[in-house]
Design a protein around this ligand. Structure first.
Ligand code: TYM
Length: 344
């Protein structure tokens, strides 16, 4: 991340990323996003992290659950190591500039671009006529999230790559249509061994909060016993673990557990395989369970503690929104001027 942040355009490096408060946080969110946000924060680059509540409501959210999930996500960010003084933490709806720029981008993005989005196709499924208009327009709002801060780097998991590429297309088309060099062309940052954490029950499926099987994922709110039990029960194959990466070929469940081990222990897959190659899963799983409990249980405990003081969380979010608006408002104003809105 630190290397990536130093490269690229004339724009000052600035990091933006977001997570939907639409239910529990998983190990996938933690390793693919949150843990990497903490690493980025510690490089000193200005970092902005959002709870994207307006994205969440593109599919139905019970209002009480949405409130709880937003606060829980904020607690999760902080418990993972984000410091609300160093990074800017806020919920999207409290910075109206996102939706305002999102409208402009609705007018820049093309229907065909949106129709190609795999997440749209997956989420809308066969019943796309009944999906919300917001779900279809989702990637234009995501582009606005990033570009309203002139963010240059976007740390995400693999599954968000296509959306960041669409953001690049929107920025390019806007700059081209209005003959300006106003928006940066942001880089997706997809690094490390856990940019695609898979289901514990099926190594071909992404670990996801929407999987009906709770055993398929580790939730950041799981206690130590539950974490250990889910790892013990994770699907594997009958072979011993290989000593090199080639040996993981065609063994998606083994690869997933090794990747998780490497990410949690902050080492490379090669180093992990040098240590555990030749072991049976019956020996490896307890090692992984101990490591996961060691790293994740303190986060879950801290989240629960923070959740006891909703007023404090709300204060952190309000302050974050204020700081975010200080950056976003002048960029939106300038965008309005470029577009020709009188009064801007
Ligand atoms: P969301 O809420 O689905 O996921 C949040 C982040 O977690 C990553 N992630 C994973 N990484 C590895 N393995 C997994 N199994 C896994 N599951 C989730 C996601 O890649 C993501 O980085 N559209 C976004 C939210 C968003 C956003 C943005 C992100 C809205 N605006 C602007 C970046 C910039 C989403 O639905 O992520």
């Amino acid at each position: 991340m630190s290397e990536a942040v130093q490269t690229s355009s004339a724009f000052t490096p600035r990091v933006f990323s977001g997570i939907q408060p639409s239910g529990g946080l998983t190990l996938g969110n933690y390793l693919g996003a949150m843990k990497r946000f903490v690493d980025t924060q510690n490089t000193g680059v200005q970092s902005i992290y959002c709870m994207v509540d307006q994205h969440a409501i593109t599919v139905w959210q019970d209002p009480e659950n949405l409130r709880r999930a937003t606060r829980e996500l904020c607690a999760g960010y902080i418990a993972s190591g984000l410091d609300p003084e160093k990074s800017i933490l806020f919920n999207q709806s409290q910075v109206p500039e996102h939706a305002q720029l999102g409208w402009i981008f609705n007018c820049v993005a093309r229907m065909g671009w949106m129709q190609r989005m795999t997440q749209w196709k997956d989420k809308a499924g066969k019943n796309s006529q009944n999906a919300s208009l917001g779900l279809f327009a989702y990637p234009a709002l995501m582009a606005a999230d990033i570009l309203v801060y002139h963010a240059t780097h976007v740390p995400v998991g693999e599954d968000q790559k296509q959306h960041v590429e669409l953001t690049r297309d929107i920025a390019t088309k806007f700059n081209h249509d209005y003959k300006v060099d106003f928006f940066p062309i942001p880089e997706p940052v997809i690094e490390g061994t856990a940019t695609r954490v898979m289901s514990l029950r099926d190594g071909s499926k992404k670990m996801s909060k929407s999987d009906p099987s709770d055993a398929s994922r580790i939730n950041l709110t799981d206690d130590a016993d539950t974490i250990a039990k889910k790892i013990r029960k994770a699907k594997t194959d009958p072979e011993a673990l290989p000593s090199d990466v080639e040996g993981l070929e065609g063994r998606s469940e083994a690869r997933n557990l090794v990747n998780i081990y490497a990410a949690l222990s902050e080492t490379s897959v090669d180093a992990v395989l040098a240590e555990i190659g030749g072991k049976q899963f019956s020996e490896f799983k307890p090692l992984l369970a101990d490591l996961a409990v060691d790293k994740l249980a303190p986060i879950s405990t801290e989240m629960a503690r923070l959740m006891e003081d909703a007023a404090e969380i709300d204060k952190i979010l309000a302050r974050g929104a204020e700081r975010a608006r200080e950056i976003a408002a002048p960029i939106l104003k300038e965008t309005y001027k470029i577009v020709g809105m009188v009064g801007a």
